[in-house]
Design a protein around this ligand. Structure first.
Ligand code: NDP
Length: 342
């Protein structure tokens, strides 16, 4: 295993991506996202992703030097045209405007179009929550997941993320795929030669499988059966039809060059609790501000043994990685350093 400080991980990713043809701006934004994942112990979205970004350049329409363009669709909706580049720079371009609009109007949305997205969604919702906003984010992927009752891939792994601001504490954040697992987890099992848990996938013939290679050729399953499938469907509509962008199956059909990178949109909603909770309830058991009120729920939740708040694992890992750095397999380190030659 190779051990890297978080700064070294970010710089390695950035230099490798630039050597492979990404502009400095694109490479640095992607590298910041990768370094956050390494910092928080999210292996499937850390340096492991660098080869996926490089492979995405196989599509002739991928714009490794894209400069996202910010515009206003209405007084409360901003849009970033990702210009066929990658989502991290599009997000960095749009989030400050989304924050400003949400604080001015109480609620606002950010539409990102024309962008490749192979990252986790928690960084964007967490950033908004650190700034006092409740946030939700949705994106489609490629067709990997069978609809309830079906056996062929239709939906993406379609993550949705949610963040709630907490005074004096890191925000509460969850970020989950609508599939039983993220695709990156299956790819990690395949890389490490380990079987996947039952219930994650079916093979190309529609039979349940624990073989990660067979799963990657077959279809992933949603979490919670038809309930997860309903979430996957909602994400397709919110991050596809609602914002004029591709469904997961359309992203797959567009990818004629096997780049593997989902292309399309991301939809983010930000809400200012200072606006929505300002009038309060007539019930005097409801705390006067939303932060105090939410903390009552968290306290009640955490009083049960065996519970934790979503996001708390990542925050705990931060202290370890800040002190000890992060480790990656030698083979991955060699692949990434190999990119430095151009
Ligand atoms: P997980 O199932 O690992 O975790 C989902 C959420 O549940 C996390 O927020 C996690 O918090 C929380 N959680 C886990 N265990 C508990 C517990 N015991 N109590 C309370 N909360 C808990 O995530 P997925 O595998 O579904 O998704 C992984 C990532 O993949 C996501 O970040 C997602 O954005 C990304 N992804 C990206 C796609 C793309 O195309 N861009 C497609 C699909 C997924 P914690 O972090 O603290 O463990």
């Amino acid at each position: 295993m190779a051990t890297l400080s978080l700064d070294e991980a970010r710089d390695l990713a950035s230099k490798a991506l630039e050597a492979q043809g990404f502009s400095n701006e694109q490479a640095q934004a992607i590298a910041r996202t990768i370094a956050k994942a390494e910092r928080d112990g999210c292996e499937s979205h850390g340096l492991f992703r660098v080869p996926f970004y490089v492979k995405a350049l196989a599509h002739p329409q991928t714009n490794a030097k894209a400069r996202p363009v910010l515009s206003e669709l209405s007084s409360s909706i901003v849009r970033v045209d990702g210009a066929r580049g990658f989502c991290p720079l599009a997000l960095e371009t749009g989030l400050p405007a989304l924050e400003e609009k949400a604080k001015a109007n109480g609620i606002a949305a950010l539409v990102i179009n024309n962008s490749y997205n192979i990252a986790a969604l928690w960084p964007e919702v967490e950033e908004l929550a650190v700034r006092g906003l409740v946030a939700m984010a949705f994106t489609c992927a490629n067709a990997y997941v069978a609809p309830a009752g079906g056996t062929k891939p239709l939906y993406g792994t379609n993550p949705m993320a949610f963040a709630w601001p907490r005074r004096g504490k890191p925000p509460l954040v969850f970020d989950q795929a609508s599939s039983s697992s993220a695709r990156g987890e299956i790819q990690l099992h395949a890389r490490d030669g380990k079987p996947i848990p039952e219930g994650w996938a079916i093979d190309a013939e529609g039979n349940p499988t624990t073989d990660p290679e067979a799963a990657l050729l077959g279809a992933q399953l949603t979490f919670g059966g038809y309930k997860g499938a309903a979430i996957a469907l909602m994400v397709e509509l919110l991050a596809g039809a609602l914002i004029g962008d591709l469904f997961s199956y359309q992203s797959t059909e567009r990818d004629k060059f096997g780049s593997g990178a989902p292309f399309g949109g991301e939809f983010i909603i930000a809400i200012n609790p200072a606006t929505t909770a300002s009038a309060g309830s007539c019930e005097d058991i409801v705390a006067t501000d939303s932060n105090t009120h939410a903390e009552q729920l968290f306290e009640r939740l955490l009083s049960q043994e065996g519970t934790r708040l979503p996001g708390s694992r990542r925050v705990a890992v931060r202290e370890q990685t800040a002190a000890n750095g992060t480790t990656i397999p030698d083979s991955l380190y060699e692949t990434i350093t190999g990119y430095l030659q151009g």
